[in-house]
Write a protein that binds this ligand. Structure first.
Ligand code: SF4
Length: 309
């Protein structure tokens, strides 16, 4: 153990960081390396950054703004209002302030505007009626809404702040659900499919705790109020279990994410994934869909049908 007190100990790499500058250099280098490794951006990309207002997406926004100053690229902020009282309103305030501070255009929409429901309204429906946790609706609708806003902004990339933890959780969740299709959608590189703006995840190799520390050390403004529904979804249980595993066996999250990458990049399976995505178009929105109606509109119709009974 070194005599000085480190500000961060990276357990999986047995590496100590002693100053903010050293830690910041590591974070920025890691983000640049991830972007280059998966060819996430072109020199003049038009990047829509999906910003919720939480620490991860706010850190991504400030880091990309810093990195992209070196390039003739364009940045836009896109934000989706979930309609969660005491949480979404604070998010909106944080995001509007960041847009003003950084001088970046802001595109906003809400679930209420797009799907007639907000998450508070969904949560008020009994679990027997809605069948799924609020996070299920929120996750599917957010994905749709982000793409909708990115198209509206004229972006050619959507950057999201998914961390190593998020990626590992998603892979494990889909293994438990038996959904190979959903794992195949987790491509680390941008891929253009009709009407879908390619997604990039520059934080996919950073631990959530590293992003949190970066936000704290660099005074990044963010909403620290947790979502009141966060503990209701399956992701929460997996998250807690994975934290324990990572603590006992450092590197577990990386192993899961690498495993997911290997599945996705196996050419034959990848071709199958392309097929799955291109077979149909949603009859409501026209976006690619494995079924005749995409998941976002399927959930909306499901709620409306229940309400009419
Ligand atoms: Fe939406 Fe669930 Fe996240 Fe809350 S915790 S913002 S309901 S996905």
């Amino acid at each position: 153990m070194p005599s000085k007190t480190p500000i961060y100990y990276k357990k999986d790499a047995n590496r100590y960081f002693y100053s903010i500058e050293e830690f910041n250099r590591y974070i920025i280098k890691k983000v640049k390396k991830t972007i280059n490794k998966w060819r996430m951006l072109e020199i003049d990309s038009k990047i829509a950054v999906a910003v919720s207002g939480g620490k991860d997406s706010m850190s991504l926004l400030y880091i990309l703004e810093k990195i992209e100053r070196e390039f003739p690229s364009e940045l836009y902020i896109i934000h989706v209002d979930e309609g969660i009282k005491g949480y979404s309103d604070k998010n909106l305030e944080v995001v509007k302030n960041a847009s003003r501070e950084l001088g970046l255009p802001l595109y906003i929409t809400s679930y209420r505007e797009l799907f007639d429901y907000n998450i508070d309204k969904v949560a008020n429906i009994s679990i027997d009626e809605r069948r799924f946790a609020p996070c299920t609706f929120c996750g599917v609708w957010r994905r749709w809404a982000i793409n909708y806003l990115a198209l509206k902004a004229g972006a050619d990339r959507v950057a999201t702040a998914h961390s190593l933890d998020d990626e590992a959780q998603t892979i494990l969740m889909n293994i438990l659900k038996g959904s190979l299709e959903n794992i195949l959608k987790l491509k680390p590189y941008p891929e253009r499919v009709d009407n879908i703006v390619p997604r990039i995840k520059p934080f996919r190799e950073l631990y959530e705790k590293e992003i949190a520390l970066y936000a704290m050390l660099n005074n990044i403004p963010y909403n620290d109020i947790p979502c009141p529904y966060a503990e209701e979804g399956m992701r929460w249980d997996i998250r807690i279990w994975l934290y324990e595993q990572e603590d006992q066996r450092p590197g577990t999250l990386f192993n899961i994410v690498r495993f997911g990458e290997r599945i996705v990049t196996q050419t034959c399976i990848h071709e199958k994934a392309k097929e799955i995505q291109r077979i149909n178009k949603c009859s409501i929105c026209g976006f690619p869909s494995a079924k005749s109606v995409c998941k976002a509109h399927e959930l909306m119709l499901f709620l409306k049908k229940k309400a009419m009974k």
